[in-house]
Design a binder for this molecule. Structure first.
Ligand code: MOS
Length: 731
């Protein structure tokens, strides 16, 4: 469906409304749970293990099987054949087998041991209660002390260097005033608005899947690995995703279970997680322990930066957050010593959550840096500006562009840092905080096709996703700008694994990667049309107006009818692609942020109220000021939520999560947030990619929480080192 755009300015950078906005608010956008299959799906209800580790020793499903409406109770005794969990190893964590219901081993609390498939949700859910099972528990292991964590074998930790640094850290710490601090951050959950949901259908030949997933190609690999099917027999569609934040980078239990049901029954089967089920059936962010030692010269220069972190990693799932990232990039120092250690735990799946490494790394590290500046009575903005790194602090490589100092300086000016005024209102005192954030930028291989129809309409096909970020809109803008065509004549078709393979959405790489592929497709189409018109070099496409193409060379213009150029009724399709090495890798690429906050703290109750947050951001060229701003604000809010609220409690006896709903797992809501403002310091970065854009999806959260934490300290002089900063820790 073409865009329904009324916005006058449709080019890159314009604050154009989302082209899919109307479909979404009128309920016409089909999400994974809205069946597009001919027959209504059967409903699967999962039964999960009640312990984190052990062996399923007794299972009786007869009571469930005899219930009305029940088509099957699927367990390891009768499930379809699957490859062992985690195989083949070279497919990486998103492409490996995610087998379940295929043996008696319990991998984590809530691990599926049975699925009831029935006509209705109520029937399936009722029958599931009649399943009797016994698990013989085994001892479990969780991360409680830093000393328990080790270097895990290379490639087993998600690829984050266990050790990085420069200089003589012992000397740098010994020779100057030294500060030692330990910070911890808790388990956290992604909490995407749309709970994980999948409908699968199998006709004996082709597995068709409606999923809610951020990256389609590796999701196809995952189903191929798990069910030993050829990839070309699998099609996944994920045209709309109600938020992912990393918890949908790969497929999770809902999708595997729906496919097991469909393969077994050869009927469409739907598995829609309830909010409570998401907590154990989809990945979460692991807790962190961060030991830091910082030293500073008499002149206020950082001399030594030590950051030793310990992170949990789920069994047979190679990912642990690289929590040292902030310590490795935010500041220059004579010596840097970053150690990343990991412990394999009996926990539900642990995976990326928005800004993996940085969200919680910067929360702790930017708090620690603030402690030092405040103790030495150095203005925290000045301290940061005096210590930021002109080149990569460890490798010495140049930045492609880096506007961190401008973010700090211009952000402070707009926030009114130098004019901040302190006051007491009743029992409440206000305070101000600052923190910075650096988030890496990257390009992931992407391809897109662009089809010109004889009537002049354009369609882009790519398996890229829009996870709420605005992909449909920015790709529309890229085509509108490069082909000078009205946005209403452009259709962006996303989220179908049969389309050319893109980066997908994740790691802040989606917009630049998929966007550059689409830009290259536009250029390919311009060239092809010039060639079809028989025009000499020097001519270029000036405008696509209706079904006419206008070409120009200097002042001379000429017009050709599209049907005439195509010389038939068939459309013309070209492709564009991008590879990571098209960026300039002599340079390191980062987006930068400076966060400012004012809070008010009640000295009697310990309640923290956020009065205002301000962010100054630099992320290359901005593709859409509205969608970019929304992403950045969302990140700022989430950072505040990490600072003050979010804490996923794990029961040490059985590894299960305790607070599995939004009444008990607190996420910031409107009332928790004050005024939010932001400014964009825009400088296109053409070393990063041809579009000039850099990642913003994870930038807003990077540093945001620390600014709040630092403001709390400024207000009442209490430094809380175990997040979140709840009232009990303040008073
Ligand atoms: Mo992201 S946490 O790579 O979706």
């Amino acid at each position: 469906m073409p865009a329904n755009v009324t916005h006058k300015s449709q080019g890159i950078g314009a604050a154009m409304n989302r082209v899919d906005g109307r479909l979404k608010v009128t309920g016409k956008a089909n999400y994974a749970g809205d069946s597009q299959f001919a027959s209504p799906p059967l409903i699967g209800w999962v039964v999960g293990a009640d312990v984190a580790s052990g062996t399923l020793t007794h299972l009786d499903t007869s009571g469930a099987e005899s219930q009305e409406g029940v088509h099957a109770v699927i367990t390891h005794l009768n499930s379809v054949e699957q490859a062992p969990f985690g195989s083949p190893e070279d497919m990486g964590r998103f492409g490996q087998s995610r087998a379940m219901l295929n043996d008696t081993t319990i991998r984590y609390a809530g691990f599926p041991i049975a699925m009831v498939v029935a006509d209705t949700l109520e029937q399936a859910r009722y029958a599931a209660q009649l399943i009797e099972f016994t698990i013989t528990p085994a001892p479990i292991s969780l991360l409680s002390e830093h000393q328990e964590a080790q270097v895990v074998p290379e490639d087993d930790d998600g690829g984050y260097d266990p050790d990085a640094g420069i200089g003589n850290i012992d000397a740098a710490l010994a020779d100057h005033q030294r500060f030692d601090m330990t910070y911890t951050t808790p388990n956290q959950v992604s909490a995407a608005m749309e709970p994980h949901t999948c409908i699968a259908s199998y006709d004996g030949e082709q597995l068709e899947v409606q999923a809610s997933v951020q990256i389609l190609a590796s999701a196809v690999d995952c189903l191929a690995s798990t069910f030993k099917l050829p990839a070309d027999k699998i099609r996944i569609k994920s045209p709309y995703v109600g938020g992912g934040f990393g918890s949908k980078l790969g497929l999770h239990n809902d999708a595997i279970l729906a496919c097991i049901g469909a393969l077994q029954l050869q009927r469409p089967v739907k598995v829609a997680m309830t909010r409570r089920q998401v907590f154990h059936n989809a990945p979460h962010r692991g807790k962190s322990i961060q030991h830091m030692a910082l030293s500073v010269t008499d002149e206020g220069q950082l001399a030594g930066v030590r950051h030793h972190s310990a992170m949990p990693m789920a069994k047979d799932y190679a990912f642990a957050e690289g929590t040292g990232v902030a310590a490795r990039i935010n500041y220059q120092a004579a010596a840097i010593d970053s150690q990343h250690r990991v412990k394999v735990v009996d926990s539900p799946m642990i995976d990326s959550v928005r800004a993996p490494g940085d969200a919680i790394g910067s929360l702790a590290f930017e708090s620690a840096v603030d402690e030092l500046a405040r103790t030495l009575d150095i203005d925290p903005v000045t301290f940061r500006r005096n210590n930021i790194a002109p080149v990569h602090p460890i490798t010495g490589a140049d930045f492609s562009t880096n506007n961190l100092d401008r973010c700090l300086q211009e952000g402070a000016a707009q926030f009114g840092w130098d004019e901040r005024t302190y006051r007491t209102r009743g029992t409440r005192k206000n305070g101000f905080g600052v923190a910075l954030g650096m988030r890496m930028n990257m390009i992931v291989p992407s391809e897109a096709s662009l089809t010109l129809h004889p009537n002049g309409e354009l369609v882009v096909h790519t398996d890229m996703t829009d996870i709420g970020t605005g992909t449909y809109t920015i790709l529309t803008q890229i085509v509108a700008e490069h082909l000078k065509v009205d946005a209403n004549r452009i259709t962006i078709d996303l989220g179908d694994s049969n389309s050319p393979t893109s980066s997908g959405s994740g790691g802040s790489f989606g917009a630049s990667s998929a966007g550059t592929a689409v830009l290259n497709a536009c250029e390919a189409l311009s060239e092809k049309l010039c060639e079809l018109a028989g025009l000499a070099r020097g001519n270029s496409l000036v405008q696509l107006a209706g079904d006419n193409v206008i070409f120009g060379e200097g002042q001379t213009q000429q017009q050709h009818a599209v049907p005439h150029l195509l010389n038939s009724d068939s459309p013309l399709t070209v492709t564009g692609s991008v590879a990571p090495d098209e960026g300039n890798d002599e340079y390191v690429q980062y987006s930068s942020a400076a966060h400012f906050a004012e809070v008010e703290v009640d000295t009697i109750t310990g309640e923290v109220r956020i009065l205002r947050q301000h962010g100054a951001f630099s992320a290359g060229r901005i593709l859409n000021r509205k969608t970019a701003g929304s992403q950045l604000k969302g990140g700022m809010i989430w950072g505040a939520s990490y600072a003050l609220l979010e804490d996923l409690q794990q029961d040490p006896r059985d590894g299960s999560f305790v607070n599995c709903d939004f009444a008990e797992y607190h996420i910031a809501v409107n009332r928790d947030i004050g005024d939010i403002t932001l400014q964009l310091i825009e400088e296109p970065d053409y070393k990063a990619c041809k579009l000039g854009s850099k990642g913003i999806g994870e930038l807003g959260i990077t540093g945001s929480g620390a600014a709040i934490a630092n403001a709390v300290f400024d207000a009442v002089g209490v430094r809380v080192r175990d997040f979140p900063i709840t009232p009990d820790k303040i008073v």
